[in-house]
Each structure stands twice: as C-alpha cells, then as structure tokens.
Design a protein around this ligand. Structure first.
Ligand code: GDP
Length: 196
C-alpha cells in the first residue's frame, strides 16, 4: 500500500536546503498537536516514523520520507503553538509559505485538523497559501474517535459545507489514528493524485 515502508530521506531548516525538485511530493501540514505525526505513522504502519511531539512546535524542520512508488511524503512543521518565539514563528512562516507557494514538485497537500477544532485561522492561512496553486487539498479530520458517530459526521458535513466554495479541488474525510479509521480513504485520494 501507498505509505507502507516509507523511508526517512532528509530534514531541512531553510528553503535553500530544499533538494532539487524531482519526484512528486505530497505534503502533510497541521496545527501543532492536531495529530499529524500520529496520522503519518498510522498511514505508514510505523510506530515512530514521524516523531510524536512531546514539545509541540519545537522542531521547525521539513522532513522528507521516500515512498515505495518513488514519490515523497513531506512532513511540514506543526504551526500555532503559542510558546514558539516570534523570530522562530516568522522563520517557520517563511519556510512553509515558500514551500507551499513555490515548490514545483508539490502535487497535493494533506491538511490535518483535530475534528473537534477544525478550520482555525492558521488552517485557513494554509488553505489560502495553497489553493491558488490549483493543486488538490485533502483535509483529514482526525481524532474522530473522540466524538460520537453522530457528532463526527456532523463535524464532517460542516467542514465540507464550509470548504465547498473551493469546489472539487478540496476534499474532506474523518480519520482516527487510535482506531486506524480512514486509512484506505486517504490512500485512495493520494493514489489518485499520483495517477496510481
Ligand atoms: P502533531 O503535533 O500534530 O504531530 O500531533 P501528535 O501526532 O503528536 O498527537 C498529539 C496528541 O494527540 C498525542 O497525545 C496523540 O496521542 C493524540 N492523538 C493523535 N491522533 C489521535 C487520534 O486519532 N485519536 C486520539 N484519541 N488521540 C490522538
């Protein structure tokens, strides 16, 4: 399957450190503590491929992982952690904004949100940076196990309704790393981006 046996490739701290654009890149982004590392580990079937954050916002790096198909999974630093100093925040912003707006090999963005707190201002900022590229954006509403089925489904419908203004470029699903729910749907969407 798509994300299994992903291998760590490289970490970069500055746009100048980006490897030359080559194979297709799928980026993962999300607010700090939203559950991004857990989602990547769940998709990869790996306990700690991406480090689950003990100190959110500490690592301001972009981590690249190579997938079996030759594409790369690109783990962007978590955003929105209040205790990050302003200077670091600006540095982060520059790195992510540059990557999302300019990276030619980036073919799609997976945006992770806690199903209980979706579409924060910073999530909207990411959407605003990325959507003008015309490339697909897929939202994972994770920690769905924390809500009843009815409440999770209502949250999904609300986010879908809100993002429907973007048309088919933006898609949304429920996900749970705890229950391993939603893995196949994510694989299907990203495989579609890769033409697999
Ligand atoms: P990141 O900062 O976005 O990488 O978030 P992490 O993956 O480190 O997760 C933050 C916290 O949420 C950790 O305590 C995880 O165990 C927890 N968490 C992540 N995903 C889920 C999930 O699907 N269900 C539940 N119940 N907890 C989760």
């Amino acid at each position: 399957s798509l994300f299994r046996n992903a291998q760590f490739e490289i970490s970069i701290a500055k746009p100048s450190g980006l490897p030359p654009p080559g194979g297709a890149e799928i980026a993962f982004a999300g607010r700090s503590n939203a559950g991004k590392s857990s989602a990547i580990n769940t998709l990869a079937g790996h306990v700690r491929l991406a480090f689950v954050s003990k100190t959110p916002g500490r690592t301001q790096l972009i981590n690249f992982f190579r997938l079996n198909c030759g594409a790369s999974l690109v783990d962007l630093p978590g955003y929105g952690y209040a205790a990050v100093p302003e200077k670091i925040r600006r540095q982060w912003q520059g790195l992510i904004e540059t990557y999302l707006k300019k990276r030619e090999s980036l073919i799609g963005l997976v945006l992770i949100m806690d199903v209980r707190h979706p579409l924060t201002d910073l999530d909207r900022q990411m959407i605003d940076w990325f959507v003008p590229s015309g490339r697909p954006l897929h939202v994972l509403l994770t920690k769905s196990d924390k809500l009843s089925r009815g409440a999770a489904s209502a949250a999904l419908q609300a986010v879908r309704r809100e993002l429907s203004a973007f048309g088919p470029q933006v898609t949304v699903q429920l996900f749970s790393s705890l229950k391993k729910a939603g893995v196949e749907e994510t694989e299907r969407v990203v495989a579609g981006w890769l033409g697999l």
